[in-house]
Write a protein that binds this ligand. Structure first.
Ligand code: SAH
Ligand code: SF4
Length: 417
């Protein structure tokens, strides 16, 4: 292994202190129906009480034991006396962007230890932009009347990240710890509660593209997906997980049953191994060919496409010859793909530059000309450090220092699913 790859962590090496601590904290949130049934039986209760608790946690979105009114007061007392709590991660701070995006600091500290860790979750409502919206009001107390017709929640899978991509602000944190399945799913449920979302009635997408590398926290990530599908009622076809190219993770993912498998996005970000390994040291461990081979093992649904994300770095990855190489690479595999171009979002201390608007257009035109479906992801919430690669638990007010970063909206935004 080369020097850089020595920094990489194997699939299961990262510590997960909250998971270790979870037994002591006795959090109900994060347990599925079967596990809740067992806990109820342990307390001498009938197992169907577990179903009631699951309903309360994941459908009614209770925050405290006192709100589980389907249980008797006596049973709630028994749960509390045995050290149980709801334990859903709470939104501790909210940053609102001029474009409607909200960035949340979500508390994930091991309960009762006094140590508070936060991760970032982002809510991105799509403004009507001339499209038909349903115009109905949101029921959340803190949110304004509903002005979106579809929304995306961007979810974190780790505190920080070990992968060390050179252009990414999250990388600067290093890996602090893995999130538990409950902490990953809890971000979503907390946002659903805040926004008053009725599952099944709203057009809602989840993207596992926040802090961290989901495939380096595979079991907790998939545990969260199973909770979100099985207990919360969300569809895996409206979820996309993004990976920097962790091949053993992609291979496991390919084995997941289609009922719980989200869609896949690969952070390609470079046209060839030479450039990619410079930007993403992980490429020395699993190069583009290895990643493409693993992706090819996934049994796609009808009409499903694999997304390739491509961050455009001014002068480094945004040139016409790069676009031609990307087109050749993707076409050579014959997979159903689409490309999401992301203009690089700046961050302090990261020595890259944004692509020129002309370069973005030219890049897109070349891919489109080669018959590849290509979208430009509209930068969301840059003024509050909520955009891709900017998640670094920034808790200070950022509007002043970053106002120079706010740009006019791109003319053609991504229209994903
Ligand atoms: N760790 C996973 C998912 C989180 S990163 C992954 O890397 O795929 C989500 C996306 O943001 C990735 O495609 C990544 O390449 C992109 N990204 C990271 N830093 C960025 C930045 N500064 N500007 C724009 N996109 C960035
Ligand atoms: Fe980690 Fe993704 Fe950032 Fe790379 S781009 S450092 S994998 S969060």
């Amino acid at each position: 292994m080369k020097a850089e790859s020595g920094k990489l962590v194997p699939l299961d090496a990262a510590k997960s202190p909250a998971a270790d601590a979870e037994g002591c904290a006795r959090r109900l949130f994060g347990l599925d129906r079967e596990a809740l049934k067992e806990r109820m039986e342990d307390l001498g209760e009938p197992s169907w009480r577990g179903r009631q608790v699951a309903e309360a946690l994941y459908r009614q979105r209770v925050e405290g034991l006192g709100e589980i009114t389907t249980l008797s007061k006596q049973l709630r007392g028994k749960l509390a006396d045995s050290g149980w709590e709801v334990g859903r991660p709470a939104i501790r701070q909210v940053f609102k962007s001029v474009d409607g995006t909200e960035r949340y600091l979500v508390e994930c500290g091991p309960a009762g230890t006094g140590s508070v860790e936060t991760v970032e979750t982002v809510w991105m409502p799509e403004g009507d932009d001339g499209e038909a919206g349903d115009g109905s009001d949101s029921s959340g107390p803190e949110v304004q009347a509903k002005s979106w017709n579809r929304a995306t929640i961007c979810v974190s899978s780790q505190v920080g990240c070990a992968v060390n991509c050179q252009f990414c602000l999250t990388a600067k944190l290093g890996l602090q710890r893995n999130l538990t399945a409950g902490e990953i799913a809890g971000q979503v449920v907390s946002v659903l509660a805040r926004q008053g979302i009725e599952v099944g009635k709203e057009r809602l997408n989840l993207v596992f593209m926040g802090m961290g590398e989901p495939f380096l926290n595979y079991d907790n990530f998939m545990g969260a997906v199973r909770l979100l599908v099985g207990e919360v009622g969300l569809s895996p076809q409206r979820m996309t997980v993004s990976t920097s190219g962790i091949v053993p993770g992609i291979e496991r993912f390919a084995q997941e049953p289609v009922e719980v498998r989200p869609k896949l996005a690969i952070s390609l970000n470079a046209p060839n191994d030479l450039i990619r390994q410079e930007l993403m040291p992980i490429n020395r461990k699993w190069n583009i060919e290895a990643v493409m081979d693993a992706v090819g093992r996934i049994q796609l649904r009808p009409r499903e496409r694999v997304t390739f994300e491509y961050v455009l770095l001014g002068g480094r990855t945004d040139q016409p010859e790069h676009a031609k190489q990307v087109a050749r690479l993707l076409r050579s595999r014959g997979l159903p793909v689409k490309v999401n171009l992301i203009a690089w979002n700046p961050g302090p201390g990261i020595p890259y530059s944004m692509p020129a608007p002309g370069a973005i257009d030219a890049f897109r035109a070349i891919l489109a000309g080669e018959g590849i479906a290509v979208y430009l992801r509209r930068p969301r919430g840059r003024d509050i450090y909520a955009a891709c690669g900017q998640l670094k638990r920034t808790s200070e007010k950022t509007s002043e220092e970053t106002s120079a970063l706010i740009e006019p909206k791109e003319s053609k935004e991504e229209r994903d699913s």
